[in-house]
Design a protein around this ligand. Structure first.
Ligand code: PFF
Length: 456
């Protein structure tokens, strides 16, 4: 234990830690996923539901995972094992540890698409990107998607080799402030387009007529995704911090940062859609393609569309990179801890996993198009498997560990080592009742959707 503690990577201070966690949280989930879900599931009412869940359920889980990581100084497998050696503990640890290893490959494929779009905007191919069918024919071109995927992976792996302080922390410190500046700039541009204000109102003002059960389920799933909960990352990052980091305060800062970027992304995309299409229902419900199909059309129709396209995709790339790095970092740390391997060797293994599963996802719309798992493409399958099935189970195991094994008292004591735990009572209520109920709801809804009973 002693040796491992001394040799363990760590963050240099509070700011480095908060920026690294924010870098992990702010990603494609905020800029690509949040706006299309908000557009689809009711605008302001989706936003309100999301905010409530994030401040309650999300907050409790972040505090728990970070405290468990700091308490045990281990990434998830070791953290669970330090409480018991039987099968449920091994399962709880490994499910948290495996999730980021399965996410980062397909996430890097989407990262590759972002690099491609940025490259095309830099070449001023603004009109071509807006043509009908451009995106579909691009993802069907296997050699091209593989190439862009590899480029994105190279960037991620290079940072990982550099380590926590030199790599993860340094990159986050530069990229995060830059990202905020770019987001404010692009959002300001978008909301000042003629006709855009209607979109601002749709996004910000709750309208209860738009509320449905799906609003809650979608907001809950998005909260997991966006805050990087239930995927071992927060255990791992928690294990790198010292006792002087105020867990409650840093959780709050990360939540504010993550939500601010998601809201800015909403303000970039939804008003632009209104300015462009008058907010017709079909465009608002475009789903995942909103960023790659609808937004290029919006940019092509605008003055200075190429400049807006460059800024926008640069922003998305920065966000995607810091998140992919954190997902992969979690995997590397698990290999280091569990296999006793050096950082370099563990990074190589993580790189191999990314290449293998990522290539299958990248080629899944081209030469591997015939492969369907539960009726889904390889990429969609990995997304569904991790977000809809594994993450709720992982979160449930954390709830179990906190409430039944470690005990809420120990978590509270861990948090109180660095500050007063102001929302202690709320925290206990959320962990005991709210979180398990919410998790079971997501899990059942996901299973119902794969059986075709409901449409997510
Ligand atoms: N939280 C990050 C994002 O919103 O993009 C990273 C991430 C976490 C991506 C979990 C995907 C995922 F399933």
């Amino acid at each position: 234990m002693k040796k491992n503690e001394n040799s363990r990577s760590s963050f240099s201070g509070k700011l480095g830690y908060v920026l690294a966690v924010a870098g992990s949280a702010v990603g494609l989930g905020n800029i690509w996923r949040f706006p299309y879900l908000a557009a689809k599931y009711g605008g302001g009412i989706f936003l309100l539901t999301y905010l409530i869940l994030m401040l309650t359920f999300g907050y409790a889980l972040i505090v728990s995972e970070t405290a468990l990581g700091r308490m045990t100084k281990r990434s998830p497998v070791g953290a669970f094992r330090s409480f018991g050696k039987s099968a449920p503990f091994r399962f709880g640890g490994w499910i948290n540890a495996v999730i980021p290893m399965l996410i980062v490959p397909y996430y890097s494929v989407i990262g590759g698409w972002v690099v491609k779009y940025l490259f095309e905007y830099l070449r001023q191919n603004t009109a071509a990107l807006a043509k009908d069918g451009y995106f579909d024919s691009f993802i069907a071109n296997s050699s091209e998607t593989e190439l862009w995927f590899l480029l994105f992976c190279l960037m991620v792996i290079a940072v990982l080799f550099a380590g926590v302080k030199q790599g993860v922390e340094r990159v986050s410190k530069i990229m995060m402030p830059l990202l905020v500046l770019l987001a404010v700039f692009v959002a300001a541009y978008s909301v000042t387009r003629p006709g855009a204000l209607e979109g601002v109102a749709y996004f910000l003002i709750p309208n209860f007529k738009n509320f449905s059960w799906m609003t809650v389920v979608a907001a809950m799933g998005q909260m997991f995704y966006s805050l990087s909960i239930a995927m071992g990352i927060l255990y791992t990052y928690g294990s790198y911090i010292k006792k002087d980091v105020d867990i409650e305060k840093s959780t709050q800062q990360v939540e504010i940062f993550d939500t601010a970027i998601a809201m800015l992304a909403g303000l970039m995309i939804i008003p632009a859609v209104f300015a462009f299409s008058g907010g017709d229902a079909a465009t608002l419900k475009a789903g995942p393609s909103l960023m790659f199909i609808t937004i290029p059309k919006v940019f092509a129709s605008m003055d200075f569309g190429t400049g807006a396209g460059i800024l926008f995709f640069l922003l998305v790339l920065l966000a995607a990179l810091t998140s992919a790095i954190s997902l992969a970092e979690s995997g590397v740390s698990t290999f280091e801890d569990q296999l006793g391997w050096s950082r370099a060797k563990s990074t190589l293994l993580m790189g191999a996993v990314i290449l293998l599963f990522g290539s299958a996802s990248a080629l899944g719309f081209g030469v591997l198009d015939f492969v369907r798992i539960l009726g889904m493409s390889v990429l969609d399958f990995f997304d569904f498997l991790t977000n809809s099935l594994m993450m709720p189970v992982a979160a449930l195991s954390t709830c179990f560990l906190v409430t039944r094994v470690a005990g809420l008292d120990r978590i509270i004591r861990e948090v109180e080592q660095s500050s007063a735990f102001r929302r202690k009572k709320m925290y206990c209520f959320f962990m005991k009742y709210l979180a398990p109920i919410c998790i079971v709801v997501i899990l059942l809804s996901s299973i119902a959707s794969v059986l075709g009973w409901i449409t997510l």
